[in-house]
Unconditional design. Sequence first.
Length: 103
Amino acid sequence: GIVSLGPAFVPRDYLDVNTLDVTCHVNGELRQEASTSDWVVGLPEAIATLSRHLTLHPGDIILTGTPSGVGPLNDGDEVLCTVSGIGALKTTIQRMPAVQVTP
């Protein structure tokens, strides 16, 4: 898979990671809406758990999964994701050409 990151990275003291609202619209239709306050495991606990098993370094990125509402995307779809206090990231889906493998 792939992942888009952005529109900005903010210092950890800039906002409360336990109260962020996250939305995702596809072609203007709300597909996902969640708050980090509803997570089963909060981000500080997730970081503590990871740190017990591996060394985290400055600049490491931790991917936490996705809220319900995941679905297929099609060529030309416009995806708009927002995180409160950070901003929005808009991406247009573009199908990659098929790769031909020659023996």
